[in-house]
Design a protein around this ligand. Structure first.
Ligand SMILES: *[C@@H]1O[C@H](CO)[C@@H](O)[C@H](O)[C@H]1NC(C)=O
Ligand SMILES: *[C@@H]1O[C@H](CO)[C@@H](O)[C@H](O)[C@H]1NC(C)=O
Ligand SMILES: *[C@@H]1O[C@H](CO)[C@@H](O)[C@H](O)[C@H]1NC(C)=O
Length: 410
């Protein structure tokens, strides 16, 4: 195991991170003072700016995107199977979904590698932002040219904040996803020129979805972790990696010194990070960890909520220390919990069992065209396979993300 030191309380505001911060304290104070005056003088116009702009943006999002420009220049996506659109197809891993019945409700009934019968929440998000195509899986691009002008997807199923999770499953660690992003940016510069590339990157939304596999596909099944760390301690480790992913600033942690890239240094200024879902409510988790009960596993949900709380506070301190950054946490815990606990009120009829196979455990290779019991109509199921929501549940999640994500585009 890696020798982590929990006592070294991570101070994100450490001056290692950002020496320019302390230098500009005076300037900052002046700015704050100016802002106060400005605020008093323009109270009303500010009020409208703060509250009307998001509303207008929302109207634009919902009503008027089909023939307009997208609301942001590009969408770049990082993370795990919640957002992987086919990068794992190219890898020697068992964590794949590029065969039927995956994708049976997708365009042309194509199994793309998405862990879903149809669209992912991030696909709906791309549509809501006004894009006419989805960010392509970076590894699948035959020609890495014009098709990345509007973004790319670097996500890899079974990846997580903890690089070792991805390594266990031969997936692409987040650190490697950043290397791919760097490479992608170089291509963008070649295709569009330096200044267009820079404005594309700073204006783009960067969507991050990770942490799920760190728990489900690593911590809970890996005695090297769960006998050594409590779930809370493991969450702390994940937070260090998360903060490093946004901006590497923990030089005193030797094990993380290999971290070379981070989103902020690569120019990302608009970042949305999804929370953990109610991990204890996914069908396979109930089967595997629920000790013969048919209800959500309370322990796993507690771990998820605890992680989400830390995610919020870590993000808040990143925000305090990284000038120009817009960073929002996109909550999928509550909306998914609502669907699971009150399916019929939300137009669903099955939440315990997934559509694919028996619906109790199957995912990846175990959910295939010969699986017995696969449902006829997935739109009534909250879950498509043992771990992943159906397209119709993803639609509900994506609709909920609009409100939270508004501040990223305004
Ligand atoms: C780069 O930006 C300029 C000015 O906005 C524009 O005229 C040009 O077409 C852009 N180039 C590419 C390749 O997108
Ligand atoms: C953290 O939670 C608070 C309270 O819900 C919320 O207002 C804030 O926006 C959250 N922070 C981030 C970075 O999303
Ligand atoms: C599937 O179920 C939904 C919701 O009940 C319904 O609207 C739809 O028509 C059904 N589709 C098929 C092919 O039966």
């Amino acid at each position: 195991m890696q020798p982590y030191s929990f006592k070294a309380q991570q101070n994100i505001s450490s001056q290692h991170c950002n020496p320019s911060l302390s230098l500009s304290q005076k300037k900052k104070k002046k700015l704050i003072a100016e802002e106060k005056i400005d605020c008093m003088e323009n109270h009303h116009s500010r009020y409208y700016l703060t509250f009307l702009l998001p509303v207008l943006a929302l109207v634009v999002v919902v009503l008027n995107v089909s023939n307009a420009q997208p609301l942001v220049p590009a969408l770049f996506i990082f993370g795990d199977s919640v957002v992987d659109v086919g990068n794992n197809n190219q890898l020697h891993t068992i964590v794949k979904a590029n065969f039927p019945p995956y994708g049976r409700d997708f365009k042309n009934h194509r199994s793309t590698g998405r862990f879903c019968n149809g669209k992912l929440a991030s696909d709906f998000t791309a549509e809501n932002l006004g894009f006419t195509s989805y960010p392509p899986p970076y590894l699948n691009l035959r020609v890495k040219g014009n098709n990345i002008l509007n973004g790319a997807n670097f996500a890899s199923a079974a990846s997580g904040y903890y690089d070792f999770t991805a390594k266990l499953w031969d997936a692409i660690p987040l650190s490697q996803q950043l290397e791919h992003y760097k490479e992608c940016q170089n291509i963008l510069v070649e295709v569009a020129g330096q200044s267009n590339a820079s404005s594309t990157i700073s204006g783009a939304i960067h969507l991050v979805s990770a942490g799920n596999s760190d728990f489900i596909q690593n911590y809970y099944i890996n005695p090297l972790l769960n006998k050594v760390y409590t779930a809370d301690q493991f969450s702390e480790i994940l937070m260090q990696h998360y903060a490093n992913f946004i901006q590497a600033c923990f030089p005193h942690i030797s094990t993380l010194q290999h971290v070379k890239q981070n989103l902020y240094a690569l120019g990302a200024r608009r970042i949305g990070v999804t929370t953990l879902p109610p991990m204890g409510c996914v069908p396979a988790a109930i089967t595997l960890f629920g000790s013969d009960s048919n209800v959500c596993v309370a322990r796993l949900n507690t771990d998820a909520r605890n992680f989400n709380t830390k995610l919020n506070s870590t993000s808040e301190s990143l925000l305090r220390n990284l000038p120009g950054l817009k960073l929002v946490i996109l909550d999928i815990y509550q909306p998914l919990y609502e669907l699971v606990t009150k399916p019929s009120e939300n137009g669903f009829f099955e939440a315990r069992k997934a559509c694919c196979g028996t619906g109790l455990v199957e995912t990846a290779i175990l959910c295939n065209k010969d699986s017995i019991g696969t449902c006829a109509n997935a739109s009534e199921y909250v879950f498509w396979d043992g771990f992943h929501p159906s397209e119709s549940a993803n639609k509900v999640l994506a609709d909920d993300l609009i409100a939270a994500g508004i501040s990223l585009i305004s």
